[in-house]
Ligand binder design. Structure first.
Ligand code: ZN
Length: 273
C-alpha cells in the first residue's frame, strides 16, 4: 500500500499495466507530483497541453486510472488535490464487495434501472451500479445496488467524478440521520463553495439511511424552518437538469426536526382559523 509499490515511470511494468498512452501520460504527471499533488485545474491544464484533451476527457481519464491506483481527493488548505498514493486495493474496489450471488440477483431485473433498455431487445450490457457510491458512504447492500446499462453507467460515472471536489462535503452531509438535515447541510456546503447543488446529488443524499420517496417535499419543508432556495434549470447534453441555490438558512431546532416542522405547520393553521 506504500508508494514504493508504484511502478517506475520508465518501467516495463507500467507499460504492461497501462497500455494506453493517455493513461500513462496522466500517471507520469501524478507520479512526478506525488509530493506536491496537483488540483484538477492543474491536471486539466497538463492534459490539455500534453494531449489536447478536453476537460471531460481528462475527468474520465482520472476516473479510469483509479481502476489501478489509489488516487484520493485530499483537501490541503483551501484547495482539493489529487494524490497518487499506491496501487488500488482489490479488496476495496468498487465492485469487489458485491458477492456473485447478489450480483446475479441485481442483474436478474434484466433491465436498466435508468433508461429501461434490456439486453434482449436493445442489446445493451447491464452492470451492477452502487446508487450511493462507496466514496459518499454507500454500502454493498442489495438496496443500494441497481442494474444500469453501460451507457447510463458511463454517464453517471462522468457526473460523479465531476463531484469529486465535493466528496468531503457530501460525505459529511450524508452522515446526518435526519433527511431534512442531510439536505440542508448539503445545500449549505455547496452554497459556501459558491456552487449550485445538482438535484441528482440532493436526491441521493436525501435517501441515505432511509429511502425518501418524496425528497422534494422534505426540501420544501425546510422553508417552514426559515430556509429558502431558488431552483435553476439548465440544459445539458439535450437534457434539462435542476440545480438548487440556497438563499437563506438558519440554525437547526434543538429537538427533532420533523416534529418541529409539524409543530410550525399546526401553529400556522391555528393562526389562520
Ligand atoms: Zn440505461
Amino acid at each position: 500500500m506504500s508508494e514504493t509499490d508504484l511502478p517506475a515511470p520508465d518501467s516495463d511494468e507500467l507499460r504492461q499495466l497501462l497500455t494506453r498512452e493517455d493513461l500513462r501520460s496522466l500517471y507520469l504527471f501524478l507520479y512526478d507530483r506525488r509530493r506536491n499533488p496537483p488540483t484538477m485545474v492543474e491536471i486539466r491544464a497538463h492534459a490539455a497541453a500534453a494531449n489536447g484533451e478536453s476537460h471531460s476527457q481528462t475527468d474520465r481519464r482520472v476516473r479510469e486510472l483509479r481502476d489501478w491506483f489509489r488516487l484520493p481527493v485530499v483537501r490541503t488548505g483551501r484547495v482539493h488535490v489529487y494524490r497518487l498514493e499506491g496501487r488500488a486495493d482489490e479488496q476495496q474496489g468498487e465492485r469487489s464487495g458485491v458477492s456473485p450471488k447478489v450480483r446475479g440477483e441485481v442483474l436478474s431485473a434484466k433491465r436498466c434501472a435508468q433508461c429501461g433498455k434490456t439486453p434482449a431487445e436493445d442489446h445493451v450490457k447491464l452492470e451492477v451500479d452502487h446508487k450511493i457510491p462507496h466514496s459518499w458512504g454507500g454500502t454493498d447492500d442489495m438496496e443500494n445496488l441497481q442494474p444500469l446499462c453501460t451507457q447510463c453507467n458511463h454517464d453517471k460515472q462522468a457526473f460523479y467524478s465531476s463531484m469529486d471536489p465535493f466528496e468531503e462535503q457530501i460525505r459529511t452531509a450524508t452522515a446526518h440521520l435526519e433527511p431534512h438535515r442531510r439536505i440542508g447541510e448539503l445545500l449549505k456546503a455547496f452554497h459556501i463553495a459558491g456552487v449550485d447543488t445538482p438535484s441528482r446529488v440532493v436526491g441521493v443524499v436525501a435517501s441515505m439511511h432511509q429511502y425518501q420517496e418524496d425528497w422534494q417535499k422534505r426540501m420544501r419543508e425546510l422553508r417552514k424552518l426559515g430556509w429558502d432556495y431558488d431552483t435553476i434549470k439548465r440544459k445539458e447534453n439535450g437534457r434539462i437538469r435542476s440545480y438548487y441555490r440556497l438563499t437563506a438558512f438558519t440554525d437547526w431546532p434543538d429537538g427533532n426536526i420533523a416534529a418541529e416542522i409539524k409543530r410550525r405547520e399546526k401553529a400556522k393553521k391555528r393562526a389562520k382559523s
